[in-house]
Design a binder for this molecule. Structure first.
Ligand code: GLA
Length: 394
């Protein structure tokens, strides 16, 4: 990540950090397995002006978020759990640990991403602040180094997340989905066929990753580790990681072993992880041959697995998925961590308007939403470029 010109203290600069929608490959990034998200054309902007000291002050244009102020250091005290400022602090602490004492700034944050909707507004904030610190201090990072650093950085808030969000937000490519492997971190852009439309629809159920969902999220991470350790032990595999296991054994063999070695809960978690990883492979092939129907089928199977085996869906998400499929989507599923948040649907361009109208009528109107709020909760997301830094000229 390079800044085009040298930092000038006092100059106004803007970072644009997109949100992301995961098309398929849910809850497997923290198991080291590949995922297939896109960066989208909504995100947040951090407009900042450098200061002479180490203080970061941030205000959000959204009045629900009170101002944040702290000094950059290697040990930054956390705010209350679930507070948005913790994502700002997370970036600051990680960069100080990596690069020593740093100068701060005054920033204003404006977001076009729904909050707590599974579209990675929190990781966009971590990335946005990190790029602002990097620009202000004239630091240089290789892209993958920064992706890994910021994935670790975000764990500051207490969620044991994987690396999908930070990699997507930094590495997004216009018109492309990203096949992201984590072992090692490799991003492979795959063109999204021009006639495909990605529809994002909010369930209207908030899903704050650092709030109530955090405990359940971390429990899933732990359950996957336990299942892996038990199956690896049964197979006599010395290296207990999912990538190695999948390299050495077929999914059907692993599932048979898992059925014998694991209790019902761990077997279902294990089954989700392995079958979801296979679905990602199938989805990449479907995207490459422009097979909308085939891709859609895999999304539907993913949703079933997330609902039944992984238990991260909820009645509103299930209803919204059904609504989308009934309205003509080729596929639909929850996106992000789940427990609320958004559904991602895939539809051909010709059917897209009808799908949007029917979803609006069937899901949102009965819930009393007004037409002027429609584009906040139901929209077409375009695969977009990753985060960038710009000088503000005016
Ligand atoms: C959150 C995490 C990601 C990923 C998804 C679920 O968005 O930040 O790392 O685990 O949930 O796929």
């Amino acid at each position: 990540m390079r800044r085009n010109s040298s930092p000038v203290n006092g100059q106004t600069t803007r970072v644009i950090a997109p949100g992301r929608v995961n098309l398929i490959g849910e809850h497997i990034d923290y198991n080291g397995l590949p995922v297939l998200p896109v960066a989208i054309d909504r995100g947040l902007e951090v407009t900042f002006r450098g200061s002479d000291d180490s203080v970061i002050s941030c205000v959000s244009r959204d009045e629900r978020f009170d101002p944040v102020r702290f000094s950059l250091s290697e040990t930054i005290e956390r705010g209350p759990p679930g507070h948005w400022g913790n994502y700002v602090r997370a970036a600051g602490q990680a960069l100080c640990r990596a690069r020593g004492p740093l100068r701060g700034f005054e920033a204003q944050i404006v977001s076009s991403l729904p909050i707590a909707a599974g579209l990675s507004s929190s990781s966009a904030l971590v990335v946005g602040i990190a790029l602002a610190i990097i620009a202000e201090n004239g630091l240089e990072f290789a892209p993958r180094e920064l992706m890994i650093l910021l994935a670790e950085a975000e764990r500051y808030v207490g969620t044991a997340g994987g690396g999908m969000d930070q990699a997507t937000i930094l590495g997004g490519r216009h018109g492309h989905a990203l096949h992201i492997g984590f072992d090692p971190l490799v991003l492979l852009p795959i063109p999204v066929p021009d006639s495909w439309r990605i529809v994002v629809a909010s369930s209207l159920v908030p899903a704050a990753k650092s709030g109530a969902a955090r405990r359940v999220y971390n429990a899933r991470v732990e359950e996957c580790r336990q299942a892996l350790a038990e199956v690896a032990r049964t197979l006599g595999e010395p290296v207990p990681d999912y990538v190695t296991l999948r390299t050495h054994w077929d999914t059907s063999v692993l599932l048979d072993v898992g059925k014998g070695a694991l209790d019902d809960l761990h077997h279902r978690r294990f089954r989700h992880v392995l079958t979801e990883a296979d679905r990602v492979t199938g989805a990449v092939e479907a995207m490459r041959r422009c097979d909308l129907v085939g891709f859609g089928r895999l999304m539907v199977a993913s949703q079933v697995s997330l609902r039944e085996d992984y238990e991260v869906s909820c009645p509103d998400l299930d209803e919204l998925v059904d609504c989308s499929l009934a309205a003509g989507a080729a596929g639909a599923r929850l996106t992000g961590a789940g427990f609320g948040g958004c559904v991602v649907s895939l539809v051909g361009e010709e059917e897209c308007d009808a799908l949007l109208d029917e979803m609006w009528t069937e899901y949102y109107l009965p819930r009393g939403l007004a037409e002027q709020g429609r584009s906040e909760v139901l929209f077409v997301a375009r695969p977009s470029a990753g985060a960038r830094v710009e000088e503000v000229t005016a």
